[in-house]
Design a protein around this ligand. Sequence first.
Ligand code: ADP
Ligand code: MG
Ligand code: MG
Length: 199
Amino acid sequence: MLDADFFRRWLTTAAAAVDREADRLTELDSPIGDADHGSNLQRGFTAVASVLEKEAPDTPGAVLTLAGRQLISTVGGASGPLYGTLLRRTGKSLGDAAQVSEAEFADALRTGVDAVAALGGAAPGDKTMLDALVPAVDALPTSFAAARAAAHEGALATTPLQARKGRASYLGERSIGHQDPGATSSALLFEALAETAGE
Ligand code: ADP
Ligand code: MG
Ligand code: MG
């Protein structure tokens, strides 16, 4: 079973990973975006780690909804509302249980990923974070390690795609040949999740 502490550790580990990889995420956002993805997420996840420490929410649902709200209010770019919605909707779907099973978490995360698709109007293949999130959530019932591998593969597979959503879509065919920054940060989130689960 997964408790509030597990989710706090996940998001703190994710904040450290975003911090470590911020320059790379911003570099990926420079040929097909506006070179701010790393700094956007760094600001957001630093704020998430600090609010979680301050408020110490005591259920998985409360941890995720608080983190999601914090991302929405601190990140100006497209990724803030999208990741914020992912966490908030996942958290809402977990309700107020003190502990959740891995299967319940996988179902809740599916609801969160569906909400990201609804908010942004994107589908897998559009060269967005969904290209990592959807395969990861498909693999999650198997294991956190399987989800990490699927997210990583999904992020790499965005390189040959032409962007159909977000800022990169303005470039049309010139978006081909570059890995999507948001899919790359999504892979980092699943890497942090597997690490937190000890896989
Ligand atoms: P901005 O584009 O506003 O500067 P960021 O650079 O932080 O925001 O985030 C860009 C990432 O957001 C993209 O690489 C992509 O993965 C993701 N993204 C953008 N628009 C959408 C969308 N409509 N649906 C899903 N993901 C999106
Ligand atoms: Mg950007
Ligand atoms: Mg921007």
